[in-house]
Design a protein around this ligand. Structure first.
Ligand code: UFG
Length: 338
């Protein structure tokens, strides 16, 4: 099958391309390289032996996107990753986020409608749940008012998709990710944060390798066992595999509803200090860190109830926290030797 992967040179996108190729799908990537580079397709080829096709343009451009879909009516399914994702930046530049993340989605859905392409998997986030009232959080938990314009683009995108599915033949699956970390086993692809990382795992590995002096742990007075905030970290390869299952489910006509939502998490929550402990254990290194104030907008704790994904998709996250932190470290070491 021919699968369009938007944002396919990014962190989760590139790992998903590899998994799609592994089961025999042909992949075409559309990416504007705003947070990645074109040589990722060579890295993908190193792993899979197949160089995916890459078209470089901005999906927020209505004409270019319409032209792409006119030329590619034979696409069987779309996995839509392409989006801005920095929470803090979205607070500073909300219009940039709304324009980029929402216009691109609308253009893609229009292209699907015009070209008769039926299937789309959308990259959503557990951020839509905010601080959930009950843990673990299931797919039917209420959507909370978004903490950031970034989070709001995920909520609004799900609404746009829901309305479009009702009015057209389009089918959609939204995958709500918890906290993706780690890198491919080959350490040929991984996360490439631009500038100072916002996220915990790349900050840990950059501190350990000496790029950053000290990791700031944002708060140790949360109502959790060790006082630091808890998240459901998931290995990016486990996450990537779920996308293949989701897109196959649609193409094979196995969906129970025209719009389905799945949590992608392990079901286990780890505190910031537990992640640091895992990293220190698997690497044998001592990480330089200090406790500082809480980060604005952070929730106390969230972890997934993955039962619905496990049962309905037949997918389960297989890699534990130690495997995640070790693979992130191997990747950081590869980057350091470049
Ligand atoms: N943290 C630190 N120090 C750092 C970075 C993070 O202590 O330098 C802590 C955070 O306070 C949080 C945990 O590590 O408790 C995880 O933080 P991340 O920034 O890695 O991840 P978040 O849970 O804040 O954010 C992630 C995604 C967002 C998404 C959000 C939904 O990055 O895209 O989950 O909750 F919106």
């Amino acid at each position: 099958m021919k699968i369009l992967v938007t944002g396919g040179t990014g962190f989760i996108g590139s790992h998903t391309v590899v998994e799609l190729q592994a089961v025999g799908h042909e992949v075409i990537i559309v990416d504007n390289l705003s947070n990645s580079s074109a040589d990722i397709v060579d890295k993908i080829e190193l792993i899979s032996g197949i160089k995916p096709e890459l078209e470089i343009f901005n999906l927020s451009d209505k004409e270019l996107t319409a032209d792409f879909f006119k030329r590619n009516k034979d696409i069987d399914g779309i996995i839509h990753f392409a989006a801005f994702k920095a929470v803090g930046e979205s607070v500073q530049e909300p219009l940039l986020y709304y324009r980029n993340n929402l216009e691109s989605l609308v253009n893609i859905l229009q292209g699907m409608k015009d070209s008769g392409i039926q299937n789309i998997v959308f990259s959503s986030s557990c951020t839509v749940y905010g601080q959930p009232d009950e843990l673990p959080v299931s797919e039917d938990a209420p959507i909370k008012i978004a903490e950031s314009p970034y989070g709001n683009t995920k909520q609004i995108s799900e609404e746009i998709i829901k309305d479009t599915v009702k009015a057209t033949d389009i089918l959609a699956i939204a995958l709500r990710y918890f906290n993706p970390i780690g890198a491919h086993d080959s350490a040929i692809i991984g996360e490439l944060p631009l500038g100072i990382p916002n996220n915990l795992m790349p900050f840990i590995t950059q501190t350990a390798i000496g790029i950053r002096e000290c990791l700031s742990v944002f708060g140790d007075t949360y109502p959790t066992p060790d006082g630091t905030a808890i998240r459901d970290y998931i290995h990016v390869v486990d996450l990537a595999k779920a996308h293949v299952i989701a897109v196959d489910r649609m193409i094979q006509g196995n969906m129970a509803n025209e719009f389905e939502v799945f949590n992608l998490g392990t079901g286990n929550g780890y505190s910031v200090l537990e992640v640091i402990n895992s990293f220190e254990k698997v690497t044998g290194l001592k990480l330089n860190y200090k406790i500082v104030d809480r980060r604005e907008g952070d929730i106390t704790q969230v972890w997934a109830n993955p039962d619905y994904s496990n049962n309905v998709l037949g997918w389960k996250a297989e890699r534990g926290i130690d495997e995640m932190t070790l693979s992130a470290w191997k990747w950081e070491q590869v980057l350091a030797n470049k």
